[in-house]
Design a binder for this molecule. Structure first.
Ligand code: BGC
Length: 754
């Protein structure tokens, strides 16, 4: 075949396929989007891929940020040209229908193959209507509400042109110094797995038929929540057993819920950066979990492997990543610059590239972008969906459900509707933009309602006087505002002190080595308490804090976290009893920094804690017990637990064990209680934790009423990675424990037989 002939046939062939793609793109706008696995899609992808040059394939594997709200240094400019040349197949930090349409038009009209772009964004707890930060939401233990929160976020994000969120973060963490605990579901694997599933479902829904759902991305795979000493990006070092038992299950739950993408983490696992870790990406993710979607790196994660000391240079880093199973390079431009050369040098096969491109195109098909690349660019929808009354109401409800009542001495809360005066004090009482918390999408502080605004409205309605004094800043040592704060306290019936961290103190790259209240806030609270006026502390923070003095001296404490757009009204609802608090902590609150890491499901050791014996596992200068344990939270109601009932004390691997407990609301108020079930495997082929959450139920009980709460356990629920790394339950004795939190538990012993 002479060259001229070859050129001509290939030209004709291209014209044919370009027309074919145009047909896919523009002929069927009214049809439903394709299921990536549906018949025909695979052939369509084959057709497209047969037209693609190697450069264009690498382009699909390249994700760049635009210069809008990026979370790191923008290392590449001129993204319009990248799109035009087919050098990038996805963008992030570009949102609004106007902007995404403009960029999509370049891809669809000006690039050679007209392949549409995917637009990603960190929609972590809302797009514009901001919901509570994820750790706060997890304290609701309300899976339906959490799913709904993700669903509202997807609704708003999709209405603003977005297809893909970098959420949920499913990293278990026992490390409150780490700033990113605010983004997760706390320290527990079981609850974290259920929440991972709820969030994936909320974002992705059943399908993309109505362009109101977005692709979820479970992150950061894997082990990112366990950095040594709590410093972000730091080394992670854990046994495979700990990884599999504690950290892996939420990723598994996310994959099982259908998450279509996974993000690699910045850290190393067992000495190999996660971004090139074949054990994580191939053995576990693809082969064991059966993940079928695409894997994206975290921001410049490939480039960083040079600093890790794992790659010689960027080209080597790219090869390590793609050969380990990475499909898309976020912002590093390593694939873009070096991958072609690696393929030409036979260090990466074209087969590997094709597999990645196929997965990315499948996602584009699933989103329906080949049928209508603008289906997420509906400006009318954008106007009506964002900040809709229903979304704001859902955000307020989620916010109320996330507030944990930590202390309520002398039933100080709820406040009586008729009061003479309230002193509202503290640097966070009127800090609108702080309510958003870290990772707050396109959230705008001005749209948030502060506590001061919410209480001003109540003051007008209920006829009390609101004496507001800021008192001090979040940080710094200026105390000159104390005088007015103390005066306001003296002249009021009660003080509400809204204190905590700034939102910049949590999130990425925001580790802290001191978790006490920053600045002079605690000093101010001491002066307020000294006035004798009851002080109610409202905490806003992204992580557990060490606040033993406040825990002892404040009359009441509300852990309000960062609650988002509707923070003020939600806090008002709880303060005045329009909502009876029901949340419980999903991370242990330490008493002191020295106790960290501290978590409820520790091991017994050979010398378990005994306050009367020096030679046991403990501190000389303080207790082992946390300030507030996992699972703890109060209500305005009180609940009595009767003795638990277990149908039998012996059960086999094939049986299920039925456990029940009668819970009675012994108060005057209707309230909700989260009834918790824990187990302990007394003897194992490897040691097991002193307790592990295995079930819970959130019940609502009117005053004086009771409910029997039933749990069912099977051998599967008791499985773990045994000495020979089999995931199975071992026969033997177990404690079954039930209670209102991880410390106040009644227990019964049962025997699991073969
Ligand atoms: C974070 C990711 C985030 C990405 C994109 C990174 O720095 O670690 O969680 O999704 O930036 O914004």
């Amino acid at each position: 075949m002479n060259n001229e002939y070859r050129m001509n046939t290939s030209f004709i062939y291209r014209i044919f396929y370009v027309s074919l793609i145009s047909f896919f793109l523009f002929s069927c706008k009214t049809q439903k989007p394709a299921d990536p696995l549906a018949k025909g899609v695979s052939q369509k992808i084959d057709s497209i891929m047969s037209l693609m040059t190697l450069d264009e394939k690498i382009g699909q594997m390249t994700l760049f940020t635009t210069d809008w709200g990026s979370t790191g240094p923008t290392i590449r400019e001129g993204y319009q040209d990248d799109i035009r040349q087919g050098r990038c197949g996805a963008l992030f930090n570009s949102h609004t229908t106007a902007f995404t349409r403009q960029l999509q038009e370049i891809a669809v009209k000006e690039s050679r193959l007209h392949i549409p772009l995917i637009f990603g964004y960190d929609v972590i707890h809302g797009y514009k209507t901001i919901f509570p930060m994820p750790l706060a939401e997890s304290c609701s233990w309300d899976l339906a509400a959490i799913e709904n929160s993700a669903s509202v976020a997807a609704d708003e994000a999709s209405a603003a042109g977005l297809h893909w969120t970098y959420a949920p973060m499913v990293d278990i963490s026992r490390e409150p110094r780490w700033g990113r605990v605010m983004e997760g579901a706390g320290e527990d694997t079981y609850l974290g797995s259920l929440i991972a599933r709820a969030r994936v479902r909320g974002f992705q829904g059943e399908n993309f038929d109505h362009a109101d759902k977005i692709i979820a991305c479970i992150k950061h795979y894997a082990g990112y929540g366990a950095p040594i000493a709590g410093k972000d990006y730091n080394t992670v070092d854990m046994s495979e057993r700990v990884f599999r038992d504690t950290y892996l299950p939420p990723y598994k739950a996310g994959v099982e819920a259908g998450a279509m993408s996974v993000m690699t983490s910045f850290n190393e696992y067992d000495g190999i950066p996660a971004t090139a870790n074949k054990f994580l990406l191939q053995t576990v993710l693809r082969n064991e979990l059966g993940f079928k979607g695409f894997v994206v790196t975290d921001y410049t994660g490939i480039n960083e492997m040079v600093n890790h000391g794992y790659a010689r240079d960027l080209s080597h880093a790219g090869e390590l990543a793609v050969n380990a199973g990475v499909d898309m390079d976020m912002q590093g431009a390593v694939f873009e610059q070096y991958l072609k050369n690696s393929v030409e040098g036979a260090r990466v096969t074209e087969k590997t590239i094709d597999a990645s491109v196929r997965r990315i195109l499948e996602a584009k098909f699933a989103l329906g972008l080949f049928k209508d690349p603008y289906r997420y660019c509906n400006a009318e929808r954008e106007k009506t969906v964002i900040f809709s009354a229903a979304n704001l109401e859902a955000a307020r409800d989620m916010a109320r459900k996330s507030i944990v009542l930590l202390k309520n001495e002398k039933s100080t809360l709820p406040l009586p509707k008729k009061m003479h005066s309230i002193a509202l004090v503290g640097p966070l009482a009127d800090a609108k933009s702080q309510m958003l918390g870290a990772w707050s999408g396109a959230g705008d502080g001005e749209s948030c309602i502060s506590v001061k605004e919410a209480l001003t409205e109540r003051a007008a309605k209920n006829g009390f006087k609101l004496n507001y004094v800021k008192g001090c800043e979040i940080e710094g040592d200026v105390t000159k505002g104390f005088t007015n704060a103390v005066m306001a306290a003296r002249n009021s019936d009660v003080v509400i002190a809204v204190v905590g961290e700034s939102k910049e103190m949590s999130g990425e790259a925001s580790a802290r080595s001191d978790l006490s209240l920053p600045g002079v806030q605690e000093q101010m609270i001491k002066e307020l308490v000294a006035t004798g006026t009851p002080v109610i502390v409202v905490l806003m923070n992204g992580r557990p804090l060490t606040i033993p003095w406040i825990a002892e001296h404040a009359r009441a404490i509300l852990e309000a976290w960062w609650l988002g757009t509707e923070a003020g009204p939600a806090i008002g609802d709880v303060l005045f009893g329009d909502y009876n608090p029901s949340a419980k902590l999903t991370m242990t609150f330490p008493r002191s920094m020295g106790q960290i890491p501290i978590y409820y499901n520790y091991k017994n050791t050979g010398r378990p804690y005994d306050p009367n014996s020096k030679w046991t596992s403990k501190y000389l200068d303080g207790p082992n017990a946390p300030l507030y344990p996992f699972g703890y939270g109060m209500s305005y109601s009180t609940f009595k637990y009767d003795s638990m009932q277990i149908a039998r004390t012996e059960f086999s691997m094939k049986d299920s064990l039925l456990i029940s407990v009668k819970v009675t609301n012994t108060s005057e108020k209707e309230g909700e209680e989260i009834v918790q079930l824990y187990v302990r495997d007394l003897v194992g082929s490897v040691t097991r934790p002193v307790k592990e959450l295995k079930g819970f139920e959130k019940i609502k009980l009117p005053s004086g009423q009771q409910k029997i709460v039933n749990f069912k356990l099977t051998a599967k629920d008791l499985a773990f990675y045994t000495a020979d790394m089999k995931f199975e339950a071992e026969p033997g004795k177990f404690w079954i424990m039930i209670g209102p939190d991880s410390e106040h538990l009644q227990k019964r012993e049962v025997n699991l037989i073969k």
